[in-house]
Write a protein that binds this ligand. Structure first.
Ligand SMILES: Cc1cc2nc3c(=O)[nH]c(=O)nc-3n(C[C@H](O)[C@H](O)[C@H](O)COP(=O)(O)O)c2cc1C
Length: 190
């Protein structure tokens, strides 16, 4: 079983974090997922999406659609198509984003905007039906995890994936939520 983890935070260090060594909260969740996956013998790969070049959707064609509707790929020559195709090599996915302004991060928004367009009406989608875990990591007030996870519900609906973990993390509850991460990871691979 191969699991792809996409993270949408650039932060290795987060001075506001309650986690020892001031590690980024999203990165800490990624590492927790990797640890649990390795323990149960899964292959994992982690991509920090903030290091990739993924532009916003230009809604380039007629009536707001581009080639994404029928050809299920984007006309833009950035990293999106490569990552979209690369996702086919995996059996399940974990998406982890920080919460910014009560929403998922900017890099998450642009990527999932384009993923929905290319995949939602793709009858040959290799993402459809696969298990996913979605993680929303909030720092300050902790507000915004609900809104962020609601957006993941929408993504899950359009991709026709199977969300087995829907995890709100705040800087205060990370330690308790480790158990939820573990349970979700087990569901992901079963
Ligand atoms: C631009 C920006 C907006 C933020 N908005 C929120 C917010 O709405 N709610 C919240 O609880 N935290 C908010 N935060 C705090 C982050 O969610 C917090 O730092 C989180 O730990 C980020 O994860 P990271 O450690 O992986 O960077 C915001 C941070 C930034 C930089």
């Amino acid at each position: 079983m191969k699991v792809l983890i996409l993270s949408f935070s650039n932060n290795i260090v987060n001075e506001d974090s309650y986690i020892p060594n001031k590690k980024g909260l999203t990165l800490s969740c990624v590492e927790e997922c990797e640890k649990n996956l390795k323990e149960i013998g899964c292959e994992t790969e982690y991509i920090c999406m903030n290091k990739k070049n993924v532009n916003k959707c230009f809604a380039c064609g007629a009536r707001g659609w581009g080639k994404c509707l029928n050809e299920h790929k984007c006309i833009q020559k950035d990293d999106f198509n490569t990552i979209y195709e690369y996702m086919n090599n995996f059996d399940a996915y974990i998406f982890a984003t920080p919460v910014y302004f009560k929403e998922m991060s900017e890099s998450a928004k642009v990527f999932f905007d384009r993923l929905k367009r290319c995949d939602a009406f793709n009858d040959n989608s290799k993402i459809k039906g696969k298990n996913i875990i979605c993680i929303a990591c909030a720092g300050g007030s902790g507000a915004g995890t609900d809104e962020t996870l609601n957006s993941f519900d929408t993504l899950n609906y359009f991709l026709k994936t199977n969300m087995v973990g829907r995890i709100p993390i705040t800087k205060l509850n990370f330690n308790e939520q480790k158990e939820v991460i573990k349970v979700s990871v087990n569901k992901l691979v079963n």
